[in-house]
Design a protein around this ligand. Sequence first.
Ligand code: HXC
Length: 268
Amino acid sequence: MESPFKADALKGKVALVTGGGSGIGFEISTQFGLHGAAVAIMGRRKHVIDAAVGALQARGIRVVGLEGDVRKREDAGRVVEETIKNFGRLDILVNCAAGNFLASPEDLSPNAFRTVLDIDSVGTYTMSYEALKYLKNGGPGKGPSDGGIILNISATLHYTAAWYQIHVSAAKAAVDATTRGLALEWGSDYNIRVNGIAPGPIADTPGMSKLAPEEMKGEHRDNTPLYRFGEKWDIAMAAVYLASDAGKNVNGTTLVVDGGLWLSHPRY
Ligand code: HXC
């Protein structure tokens, strides 16, 4: 589907997208690139990153692939520095790297619980912490286009409770709290806007194939007010909106892009 935004909406900006090699992260990287940004994509698997870089270059996007694990502080720091080395600046950090699997609490070891918090919650904080010195170059008191942007990809699981995803629910609750805390403090101090996006089930993503067995898919779709699954494109368009000047007064919010699914429950 064609973007409703102008092709230069992110012109001159440099974005770093964790988990940018596949799924939602890849689509955000693609759309940022098509709207004028240069993009660094970070991921753990070299072959995934290499394939993503090739696909983006084929569409004329300035891109670099950087191997790294958001759980390792040294990787986070190195990837931020390599982004600067390649593109000279950093304007937008997208924390999209996530870990997930279905497990009931009695089958979920404390280490398994911690692993997902390490990736989603601590990883989001670590990347933001390492990126701060470049994101704050906009500085307080400058125009809305000057400050840095952080976008944290979250979920809606923790708004209520979700079967077999207690670890992810806890992790995303921490991500949302981090979004608000950084929006308050870094918004005030450095003109950095920090927002989140909470997708519902999105077709053709690693998350969907891991988390939604075939038999669940019809039920999810039937319970969605708009009666369809989301597309990666929907999340990427929300990201373009929040990262562009269109979102210049949005700070500390997590935009739910789920067709209304989390509100939904059986009619009777
Ligand atoms: C129970 C499990 C498990 C499972 C792993 N563990 N898989 N426990 N059920 N299916 C346990 C392990 O036994 C171990 O605990 C601990 O978790 C760490 O596992 P490792 O394999 O050593 O970890 P690692 O290799 O680092 O892999 C991390 C991972 C993996 C999260 C487990 O799935 C991963 O790398 N995922 C990244 C890609 C991904 O999942 N993308 C989808 C994101 S979708 P013990 O106690 O044995 O040591 C998404 C959507 C969220 O996030 C929103 C939904 C609506």
